[in-house]
Design a protein around this ligand. Structure first.
Ligand SMILES: *Cc1c(COP(=O)(O)O)cnc(C)c1O
Length: 398
């Protein structure tokens, strides 16, 4: 959440005054419906469904794709735990793949890790960085693998002019408080595929087919991830702010990045699959070794600029997914997909702390500086100045 204020307060008050807090009190009159329509307009996709979280959006997407026990889903080793957790939530098995220097799924490693049971891949646009969707789609299409984009950290980001979450078969947004826009907690599933949408619609509302929707998919019992009108009122205002938030972030990202490039300092910016579409949440640097990265961060901190490394980002690094690595899922032993007979031919044994060494190496060698959404130009250039000075000092010519 980058900004929130009086407009959101007014929008919530308005909903409370109507006394209609349930989104399906009127099928097409409420704020939830308005948010879905607005997202379709902004993103240029056919279907959108608001749900209670980004995780719920991923689960609904997997259900919509028909993923379940006996299936494997490829997930990058650097993402929030929920990308892999959603796969287990539908009874399937996650297979981890390395990221590349962009810190998003390495298309070559994705291809290498495909097995006979691989049914889907979840490219994750981490920290607003777009994944290499051309190459991922090329591999996925050739092998008949579905693509579910985890765009939870990249709401409003794009790749080669197309919005993230609308490029693959389906995509997920999160609106929790850490994301580009927020309504406290929330998420959305985006797709151009009517079948995925209808299945997700049933699933997110306990299989309800009686609300008056016009649906052609067969009905089935699901779960409950319905969004409410209060949060939708906040989200509708936030959707109006999205373009401005991204413009502000990207402008400041460019101020920092351009100053560094202009200074020609011995500092390597992390590559991007499409810098124009990157949300501008961070500027990242790649170092030769982990030691070099630590040394750089220590000296920059002394000079007044705090960087962080993705290796220290807790449950975003697969080696910290203890419950998953220890196969602890659910309470009842028969509710653990790792133990199901259907999944015994899946590559469960490959889920170890050693499975993605390249990811660990790259995360250790990367440092990032956060972009302040309302930072002044002077402050951005001061950050760039410290980074350049640090790099020159360490290189021994400053
Ligand atoms: C935040 C996030 C999610 C899950 O979103 P919630 O709304 O917290 O459920 C999934 N994937 C990634 C990459 C995320 O950052």
């Amino acid at each position: 959440m980058f900004t929130i204020g009086q407009q959101e307060i007014d929008a919530v008050a308005e909903v409370i005054n109507t006394r209609k807090l349930f989104r399906y009190a009127d099928l097409e009159a409420g704020r939830a419906y308005a948010c879905e329509s607005r997202m379709k307009e902004i993103l240029g996709c056919n279907e959108s469904l608001l749900v209670t979280s980004g995780t719920a959006a991923l689960i609904c997407g997997l259900v919509g794709l028909g993923i379940g026990p006996g299936d494997e889903v490829i997930v990058p080793a650097y993402t929030w735990l929920a990308s892999a957790g959603a796969v287990l939530a539908v009874g399937a098995i996650p297979v981890l793949a390395d990221v590349d220097e962009t810190l998003t799924l390495d298309p070559a490693d994705f291809e290498r890790r495909i097995g006979p049971r691989t049914k889907a891949v979840i490219p994750v646009h981490m920290a607003g960085r777009p994944s290499d969707m051309d190459r991922i789609l090329e591999v996925a299409k050739a092998r008949g693998i579905a693509v579910l984009e985890d765009s939870c950290q990249a709401v409003g980001g794009s790749y080669k002019g197309r919005y993230l979450a609308t490029i693959g078969d389906a995509g997920a947004f999160s609106f929790n408080v850490y994301k580009n826009i927020s309504c406290g907690e929330g998420g959305a599933l985006l797709t151009n595929d009517r079948r995925i949408y209808e299945r997700a619609l049933y699933y997110h509302d306990m299989g309800s087919a009686f609300r008056g929707h016009t649906l052609s998919e067969p009905e089935f019992l699901g779960n409950t991830y319905r969004m409410n009108e209060i949060q939708s009122a906040v989200l509708y205002v936030q959707l109006g702010r999205l373009e401005g938030i991204l413009a502000q972030l990207r402008e400041r990202r460019n101020w920092i990045q351009d100053a560094i490039l202009a200074a020609d300092a011995p500092l390597t910016l992390s590559p991007s699959a499409d810098i124009a579409g990157d949300c501008g949440v961070h500027v990242s640097f790649l170092f030769e070794t982990g030691e070099a990265r630590i040394r750089f961060c220590e000296r920059a901190a002394e000079l007044g600029c705090k960087l962080s490394s993705p290796i220290d980002s807790g449950k975003h690094v697969y080696t910290n997914w203890t419950t998953l690595l220890e196969r602890k899922v659910g309470v009842h032993p028969k509710m653990n997909p790792f133990l199901w007979p259907e999944n015994q031919e899946c590559r469960i044994a490959e889920l170890t702390p050693e499975c993605c060494p390249r990811t660990l190496d790259l995360l250790t060698r990367t440092a990032t500086v956060g972009v302040g959404f309302d930072q002044t130009r002077e402050a951005c250039e001061a950050v760039a100045e410290i980074l350049c000075r640090t790099a020159r000092e360490i290189a021994g010519n400053g």
